[in-house]
Design a protein. Structure first.
Length: 321
């Protein structure tokens, strides 16, 4: 498949998964779009961190056809887009047609998928391609060089090779520094603060981000319905709000969301239909207004409660005084 064929397939919605192994004779890129006011700081961040952020191209504000891929459209030619607001994932989109703005500057950052064809040509197995999975990635204990508001730990991908093939893998990847180049480290992940390679990135981040990663994984499989078991259990307030905002965004995009919770306030805030379960039986079913009443909740929880309305207009469950 050529690069143009790959972009066309993505644009038609025929490819909604990682692009490892796609159009192997071409360089692949990650995309970052930022408002023009932040573009200089991010450009400086990339220049200070050329290994993790090797720039392949930068567009003018409002431009979406990159010079390195004529005929391409950065708004439609990637399998999935993550929209961030205030540093948190606000949505995952199939294209950016509804959110693209004239002040957005696009940065194309070289992707390590680009050197995998060369590894395969030399007879080296690329494990995640064999297993049909995305490449494993880890957050390290090393820091990037900050620039303006941009900072954070170095993130690396990992590819395992037999000891006898390590020198070949280093030689092959060293030839292409604009797509990350040679390994950051070989043979000692603990030197990067990675204690156990079996613990993938999603298992080492905060509870709220872990929940969001699980949601993102389901969306990557084009799941029309998400079933969540107590999605905010054991989360602090910040992560709880982060997950709840994501659930709201999914519902607004037309996804079906079914979740269990022990928090009636949460059910009232998010749900359109509520099933109240008590001792394994259906105690009530209907809208939050119909089901989350003082008498029903008092009977379910065995304590006298009342539903009160706050000054902001929200309803909360409170003990009956």
């Amino acid at each position: 498949m050529t690069a143009q064929e790959a972009r066309s397939a993505i644009r038609r919605g025929e490819w909604r998964r990682p692009t490892a192994g796609l159009a192997p004779a071409n360089a692949q890129a990650n995309l970052v779009m930022l408002p023009r006011e932040h573009a200089y700081d991010f450009l400086l961040f990339c220049q200070r961190n050329p290994r993790p952020c090797p720039l392949l191209g930068v567009t003018d504000p409002g431009a979406y056809e990159p010079a390195c891929a004529r005929g391409g459209d950065l708004r439609t030619d990637l399998p999935r887009y993550r929209l961030f607001r205030d540093g948190a994932i606000a949505a995952e989109l199939d294209d950016l047609l509804s959110v693209f703005r004239d002040d957005l500057v696009s940065f194309l950052i070289g992707c390590s998928f680009s050197f995998e064809a060369a590894l395969l040509d030399e007879g080296l197995e690329v494990r995640h391609l064999t297993e049909g999975r995305n490449v494993p990635m880890y957050r390290t204990s090393r820091s990037t060089a900050p620039a303006g508001p941009f900072a954070g730990p170095l993130v690396v991908s990992m590819r395992p090779f037999p000891k006898a093939q390590v020198a070949s893998a280093i030689a092959i990847t060293s030839r292409v520094p604009r797509v990350h180049g040679a390994p950051e480290q070989v043979g000692d992940p603990e030197a990067l603060g990675i204690a156990d390679l079996a613990l993938a990135e999603a298992n080492r981040i905060s509870g709220g981000q872990r929940q969001l990663c699980l949601v993102a994984r389901a969306l990557a499989q084009d799941a029309p319905l998400l079933v969540m078991d107590e999605p905010t259990a054991s989360l602090d307030l910040g992560n709880r709000l982060l997950v709840l905002e994501r659930v709201r965004a999914l519902s607004a995009q037309g996804y079906g969301v079914v979740f269990s919770t022990h928090d009636p306030d949460q059910a009232r805030e998010l749900a359109t239909r509520v099933a109240v379960i008590a001792e394994g039986r259906l105690a009530a079913y209907g809208t939050p207004h119909e089901t989350l009443t003082g008498p029903t909740l008092s009977a379910v929880y065995g304590v006298e409660v009342t539903i009160e309305r706050t000054e902001s207009g929200r309803y909360v469950v409170a003990p009956r005084s």
